[in-house]
Design a protein around this ligand. Structure first.
Ligand code: SF4
Ligand code: SF4
Length: 147
């Protein structure tokens, strides 16, 4: 995110949801758990496949890691970031997510539009429209896990 809204509460480093069975971390959206990130985690409470972890580099709510993993440098960067309650980014992240959802809804509308055009178009145009539809659907599908 462009501006720094961090109030340095440290909450985002205390209860990081990780699915070790799928190698997934639910923090800045849904990310693959990298080796660098895995090694800073302290496992805590477990619920089904999710283990809530804290970070061994959090001291008095501040990060003391001189070599933060990539995942921490830009957090939160995704409009689908999982933010603790009272995180300073909550409002701005909500707006970003809304903007992103509008973009997805526009793509869905375009899909409907091109699907309607296909039936009354030349073979070449129909091929073009089909390509656009495929591209839009692939893009939308990348974010399906958040809905
Ligand atoms: S939860 Fe939000 S405000 Fe608190 S340390 Fe993390 S990014 Fe900063
Ligand atoms: S390295 Fe720092 S920013 Fe990253 S999770 Fe640990 S305490 Fe938080």
């Amino acid at each position: 995110m462009e501006k720094n809204y961090c109030t340095k509460c440290g909450e985002c480093c205390k209860k990081i949801a990780v699915d070790f069975s799928k190698n997934i971390v639910y923090r800045d959206g849904i990310q693959t758990l990298s080796d660098n990130f895995k090694k800073i985690l302290i496992k805590g409470e477990q619920k089904d496949n999710i283990t809530f972890c804290s970070c061994k580099y959090l001291e008095n709510n501040l990060c003391i890691n001189p070599d933060k993993p990539e995942e921490c440098n830009n957090y939160p960067s995704s409009p689908f970031a999982f933010l603790p309650e009272n995180c300073g980014y909550y409002g701005v992240n909500f707006l970003e997510r809304e903007k992103f959802m509008q973009k997805l809804r526009k793509l869905e509308e375009e899909i409907i539009h091109y699907e309607a055009l296909i039936n009354c178009s030349s073979k070449d145009d129909a091929k073009q429209y089909t390509k656009i539809i495929e591209k839009h659907k692939n893009y939308i599908n990348k974010y399906k896990m958040y809905f």
